[in-house]
Write a protein that binds this ligand. Structure first.
Ligand SMILES: Cc1ncc(COP(=O)(O)O)c(C=O)c1O
Length: 399
């Protein structure tokens, strides 16, 4: 089937929830994708923060084949080998004592919302706590709980009413959170690095203040590290930059090397509120995803791997900042940390930049209408970063 036929079929039979460019990706190797016409693309999207080890990684392929050869799926009614091992690795390397496994970011966030509310009912039975505070400009996924706690009205439009009991405060404005808290508030929920919302970092004093507020008011602090966690910012978890630990944290995207997975991590205190039957997922704790996850996690948590991510991230940010300084105001601000970076553009649509990069054989994406986002695989080399930055410079010269 030729490229146009594939695109025609997609447009005829697949629900049109995405507007895709007119090429078809067929295979990948390292940090390069190739389309059906044989054209290569240097990938600075990495499946939206999924393909941390790039494409064709031998550890991923071997782990997948070995587990698939043994057992692909049985129900969560039974014990299987890989899931407890991955859960142990996650707990031993984080604040957490327990893990719930599911299949995607939004599912792990739904689980976080349910566990937080269950904790509020179990521990405050006379007057249950069930109100949630989320942040304006946040993003937590596309299922109902997730859009209801996503602080961007565009994701709510046409789907109301949203889940009740959720209000929104501002990033880096502790007072705006304090104003919303009352005796019924059970949790404050934040991305330690707001990704889809335009690449915004938290102030350390803000996260520390939230932790203190949660402790004082007997509320849970919930972190969404689905995009910023697992090495992307140069530390295993983004919260490590702040010295602030959550009570619940969600992970997903890169954890299983490109296979579907979600994980909701929690303290024993939260786990104590959850009972058998409270939550479930048919494909959760999937043997193949978890078997690959074990190997991916070992790689991502290796200090020497993280040091390389940090060095590559420093290089990316140095190049972006120097481009900004010489851009005659076309780049207004460089945002992000490690290998998640955003360039805020001055009256230049980020979507147009994505097309300009694509025409030159490079894939980047947007974080809103004004921010072009760079999310390379974590194994990216400095030479590839230089190539993307040289092309960015060339594009800026044409604008
Ligand atoms: C911070 C954050 N939370 C949640 C999600 C939803 O994850 P998924 O698309 O796997 O449901 C995303 C996806 O981009 C995300 O970036």
């Amino acid at each position: 089937m030729d490229t146009q036929e594939i695109i025609d079929q997609e447009q005829q039979y697949i629900l049109q929830t995405y507007v895709r460019p007119d090429f078809v990706l067929e295979k990948g190797e390292g940090v390069t994708l190739t389309d059906t016409e044989g054209k290569p693309y240097l990938d600075f999207v990495s499946g939206l923060s999924v393909n941390a080890l790039g494409y064709g990684d031998k550890t991923v392929l071997d782990a997948m084949a070995a587990q698939a050869g043994k057992l692909i799926h049985v129900s969560n009614l039974y014990h299987t080998v890989p899931a407890p091992q991955l859960a142990k690795l996650l707990c031993k390397n984080s604040f957490a004592d327990r893990v719930f496994f599911c299949n995607s970011g939004t599912e792990s966030w739904e689980a976080a919302l349910k566990f937080a509310r269950k904790w509020g009912y179990k521990n405050f039975q006379d007057s249950p706590k069930n109100k949630l505070i989320a942040l304006n400009n946040s993003f937590h996924g596309r299922t109902f709980g997730s859009i209801s706690s996503t602080g961007q009205p565009k994701y709510h439009q046409g789907f109301g009413p949203m889940l009740p009991g959720i209000s929104f405060a501002d990033l880096n404005d502790l007072e705006s959170v304090e104003k919303l808290v009352d005796a019924q508030t059970v949790a404050v929920m934040v991305e330690p690095l707001q990704a889809e919302g335009g690449i915004h970092l938290c102030d350390p004093s803000y996260l520390k203040g939230l932790r203190q507020l949660c402790d004082e008011m007997k509320m849970l602090l919930v972190f969404d590290e689905i995009q910023c966690g697992l090495g992307r910012t140069g530390t295993l978890f983004c919260y490590e930059h702040y010295g602030v630990v959550p009570d619940i944290m969600t992970l997903a995207k890169p954890l299983a090397g490109g296979l579907p997975i979600g994980a909701t991590l929690m303290t024993q205190d939260v786990a104590d509120a959850v009972e058998p039957g409270d939550h479930a997922a048919t494909f959760g704790a999937h043997p193949v995803s978890c078997a690959v996850g074990i190997e991916v996690f070992k790689r991502l948590s290796d200090p020497s791997f993280l040091a390389e991510v940090k060095a590559a991230g420093d290089h990316l940010h140095a190049r972006l900042n120097s481009l900004k300084d010489n851009s005659a105001g076309k780049i207004v601000e460089v945002r992000g940390q490690g290998l998640i970076a955003g360039a805020l553009m001055n009256k230049i649509a980020s979507g147009d930049l994505v097309s300009a990069f694509r025409d030159r054989g490079i894939l980047v994406c947007v974080a809103g209408p004004e921010v072009v986002r760079f999310l390379p695989p974590l194994v990216v080399g400095k030479g590839d970063i230089d190539r993307v930055m040289d092309v960015f410079e060339e594009i800026l010269a044409t604008l």
